[in-house]
Every structure is written in C-alpha cells, then in structure tokens.
Design a protein around this ligand. Sequence first.
Ligand code: SF4
Ligand code: SF4
Length: 302
Amino acid sequence: MKKLKKCYVEITSVCNLACTFCPPTERQKTFISVEDFRLRLEQIRGYADSIYLHVKGEPLLHPKLDQLLDISHEYGIKVNITTNGTLIAKNRNKLLGKPALRQMNFSLHSFDGHPGSKDKAGYLADILSFTRDALRESNLIISYRLWNLTTDNQTNLERSRNRELLAMIEEAFALPYLIEERFERGKGLKISERLYLNQDHEFQWPSLDAEEDEGRGFCYGLRTQAAILANGTVVPCCLDGEGVINLGNVGQQAFGEILAGERATAIVDGFSRRQAVEELCRKCGYRKRFGMEEGEAAAAAL
Ligand code: SF4
Ligand code: SF4
C-alpha cells in the first residue's frame, strides 16, 4: 500500500474573501457533509495519518467543523488547518480542546490580499487571542504566514504594510527584537514555544493559461501527498485547485485504486525521470522551484 505523508481533504470550495492573488474557483460551491467526510477518512485510512482541511475554500466556514474534528480523532488522523483567520473568534470553541487538531496556519497575507478588508488591528487581535488560549490550553502548533513578498528586496509599501502586523506580534509576545532583524525568507522564525512566523514570496497557483516549458523537474505530488476536492475528485497535489488533473472520484472508485491508476502512475513515473507528463505540471513553477514539500504553499494561499 502506498503511504502518503499527508492528504488534503477539502471540506468546502467556498471562501469568504476574494484575494487578488487567488483566482476564484469555477467549481461548484459546496460543503462536504459529515457522512461524506467520514467516508473520505474511511477511504484514506492506511494511506495517510495526517490531513489538511483545504485545497481552496475557507475551512472555518464549515458549520460542522467540530464534528469533522471528532471524526478525525475517531480514525486516529491528525488534522492541520490553514485559514485566513477572519472567522477565528467565532470558531474558537469548535477548535480548542479537539485532540485531533495538530496545527493551525494563519495566512495573515490574506487580510491585505482581500481588497475589502477592514480593521486590521481587530483581525489580528482575534488571532492573537486565539493563539494565547491555544498555547496555554493545548499542544497546538501555530504558524503565522506572511507570504506577500514580491521581490528579494521588499518595497517600502510591503515593509510598511507588514510592519503594522509585525509590531502587533512583537508587542503581544513581548519580543525584545524587531522581527525583520531575524527575517529569513521561507524559514520559520520561532516566536515562542509552538508559535512560528513564516515570510515568503507571494504564492502563484499553476494555471493552464501560463507559459509551458520543456517540463523538466521533480515534484512529490502523489509520492508523499494527494488531495481530494470537496466534490470527491482526487488530484495529485494541493495546487490543482480546479481539478485539472482529475484522477478519479472517491464517490465512484476506491482511493487506493485511483492512486494506483494509469494516469497517477504516469505522473509518478514521469517525475522519477524528472519529466512532467501533465500539462498543468509543465506550467507549474513549484516543480522547478521547490518540489512539493514547499508546494504545500497552497496552504498559505488559503
Ligand atoms: S508539478 Fe505542480 S501541478 Fe504538478 S503535481 Fe506538482 S505541484 Fe501539482
Ligand atoms: S487566498 Fe485563501 S482567503 Fe484568499 S480568496 Fe483564496 S482561498 Fe480565500
């Protein structure tokens, strides 16, 4: 049996923001039912012990998130949630105290990324308050993500935009240094026990409209991870937000069978030869830049 490090199990395709860097999905708006979520875990049991509740969409919009976490615990599966953080105050009691929940990633860049955002201080205050409670009351790991850098030398606009947030974080955790002094792009800065800040370049979703190259490179898609969209479509990675590389649907076929299928096998074999066989992969920068460990970057875009 092929064991993945993690599986993305998207619980909704809906988001409450519209970030400029995130092409809105053309898929149907949907929320996974509790029953279907259970079936997903039944299907991926043995293939992955760790799940991420998104591909696109905002997981904290799911009205039964607490039940989904309880079911995950029943199956012995650890859950990681990446969220834009806007709904954290409302969801506090659905999250804290859930033993399945391992890590929360807050995509702080989504605040400035969404043109209609208001009250940055209030937004971050809710996240800081949740963080304090979580660090005190649980073993949850928390990661703040500011993935909005556009160049190696940040512009003044970026610096001042992020400074406001960074100053609030410095104050909240009484940091005796300016975060910029310890900044290393793509590397997590440990702010306190179980709390990290990660800054990186703006994330780019791969798109069929992008330029194609000769397709050389490597990717861990289907080797260490796979994703199941809210409608049951299996895709190789968390970057295929539109389900372009549709490998099959868990509503009609076993997850393991889909992973062992012809199209999936061709993708894995192709990357063993350092060759992208799928058009979307040939148009995906992550194949060349990082491989899939950092391709988890999709998480940050959510
Ligand atoms: S190359 Fe890009 S699109 Fe293809 S599997 Fe990897 S991350 Fe996904
Ligand atoms: S980046 Fe995340 S928060 Fe922003 S629109 Fe996309 S899914 Fe929503």
